[in-house]
Design a protein around this ligand. Structure first.
Ligand code: GLN
Length: 456
């Protein structure tokens, strides 16, 4: 059953919110022991479902009425733990709801639990969690991708209807690609960040992960839009994506040779088939150039380390939880050390300032390309996921992020939909758009999704 059909079933009383929550809890009981996607379950979910059922009877159903929503553990949900999958915050019980959670509750969505992730969202594999790795439901034994590993795995295994992830350098899109689900990184400033525990505040965005494109559209429509309490937001009150089934006829879609230079040819093969398909549907395929895309990676890791270092200074063991350096894992510590080093050296303008210059360059290149086309399509992750537990060097791990990072540096939007498989492992196609270009990318994603469901 698709997301919209389920909402319909709940609205017309074929399925109650309580029954829907029971279904999710049953799947979690059955599968979570193996997958390790959830770190905590909301013990009040049944009670909240009862309340939603009463509202449904009274005809006051919100847009998400009765749907179960899983939340990445770096987003505050009152009464649950936002541990960031770190020992640092293992006892941190959220005192309030993040703005996105308030909006979800207002529309009748039920928070089913908190999901596993890379520690403080630092990682691309889901393996740096202090509470053990998450398995990939679509390709058991392989990493699910990260850092929103638990959210993607929970959606892929139908332990929830929809999920929230966060994306600083690819953390929604990368696991969506490896798990064969949908994920959207919204334009920077479209979704409130209040209540999100920062990794890199100039890059982080909360976004939806879902089993189908309409599911992501729905969740994005609920969470997006200006929050008066935040200064860094786009001037958009609310979004509504209207007709998504309009197709791609007449759209100009960009592809770049720089993508294939960085990508495993087997993945490129899967993507090229989808590009052919978009052409058959009447899209005009245009070659665009992104000459410096490879430099985005090193600029990103410098910027994110400096911002993360600064964000972690509050974990000194006095106010929240434990002193971070005493309990964190090696990837988090590496970034704190790197961030501290760069910050100290900065008076020479050698690292951070240069990274910012590269960021400007990438933003210009993407913006120029996006002036020529309505959307850019290409691979999401340049290589196939590794087997769980394989030891990678930091640089090998960072190399998963080559293709997702540019959109974060530029603040643009991007989404992922399954394009096919290589040896049984899902491969997602990335659709990138202009700032606030969500409607167009969602239309392209929907066209690709409809095609895949037809060809089975
Ligand atoms: N893999 C990237 C990193 O480790 C991206 C993480 C993210 O988007 N949260 O920083």
């Amino acid at each position: 059953m698709g997301t919209l059909e389920k909402i319909e079933a709940i609205r017309n009383g074929e399925l109650s919110a309580t029954e829907n929550v029971e279904l999710a809890l049953e799947r979690i009981r059955k599968l979570n022991g193996k997958l390790n996607a959830f770190l905590e379950i909301n013990s009040k979910a049944m009670e909240e479902a009862g309340e939603v059922d009463r509202m449904l009877k009274a005809g006051e159903a919100g847009k998400l009425a009765g749907l179960t929503i899983a939340v990445k553990s770096n987003i505050n949900v009152k009464g649950l733990r936002a541990t960031c999958a770190s020992k640092t915050l293992e006892d941190y019980v959220c005192p309030y709801d993040a703005e996105v959670i308030t909006r979800i509750r207002r529309e009748g969505g039920i928070i089913i639990g908190m999901t596993n992730m890379d520690e403080f969202a630092c990682g691309s594999s889901g393996e740096t969690s202090a509470f053990g790795p998450t398995d990939n439901p679509a390709a058991p034994g392989y990493i699910p991708g990260g850092s929103s590993s638990g959210s993607a795995a929970a959606v892929a295994s139908a332990m929830c209807d929809l999920a929230l992830g966060t994306d600083t350098g690819g953390s929604i899109r990368n696991p969506a690609s490896h798990c064969g689900v949908i994920g959207v990184k919204p334009t920077y400033g479209l979704v409130p960040r209040q209540g999100l525990i920062d990794l890199g505040m100039s890059l982080d965005q909360i976004g939806p992960i879902s089993p189908d494109v309409p599911g992501s559209v729905l969740l994005l429509e609920v969470i997006a839009g200006k929050n008066q309490a935040e200064g860094m937001m786009m001037d958009v009150e609310r979004v509504s994506y209207g007709e998504l089934n309009g197709g791609v006829k007449g759209m100009r879609i960009g592809v770049s040779p720089q993508f294939s230079n960085l990508t495993d040819p087997r993945i490129t093969g899967v993507i090229e088939k989808k590009v052919e398909f978009l052409k058959d549907l009447g899209a005009e395929i245009v070659e665009i150039r992104l000459p410096h895309i490879e430099q985005a990676l090193s600029a990103y890791y410098l910027i994110v380390s400096v911002e993360f270092f600064s964000a972690t200074r509050k974990y000194d063991g006095r106010k929240y939880g434990k002193r971070i350096e005493s309990v964190c894992g090696e990837e988090v510590l590496r970034r704190i050390m790197l961030g501290s080093y760069i910050s100290r050296r900065e008076y020479r303008g050698r690292y951070y300032q240069r990274a910012l210059q590269v960021r400007t360059l990438i933003r210009k290149e993407l913006s120029l390309a996006l002036k020529q086309v309505d959307a850019i399509v290409g691979p999401t992750v340049p290589k196939l996921p590794h087997k769980l537990g394989t030891r990678l060097t930091p640089l090998e791990m960072y190399a998963y992020d080559y293709l997702t990072i540019p959109a974060n540096l530029a603040g643009t939007c991007a989404g992922v939909v399954k394009a096919g498989e290589v040896n049984g492992i899902p491969v997602g196609i990335q659709v990138q758009g202009k700032p606030l270009g969500e409607e167009k990318i969602l239309r392209v994603m929907r066209a690709l999704e409809v095609e895949s469901s037809k060809s089975g």
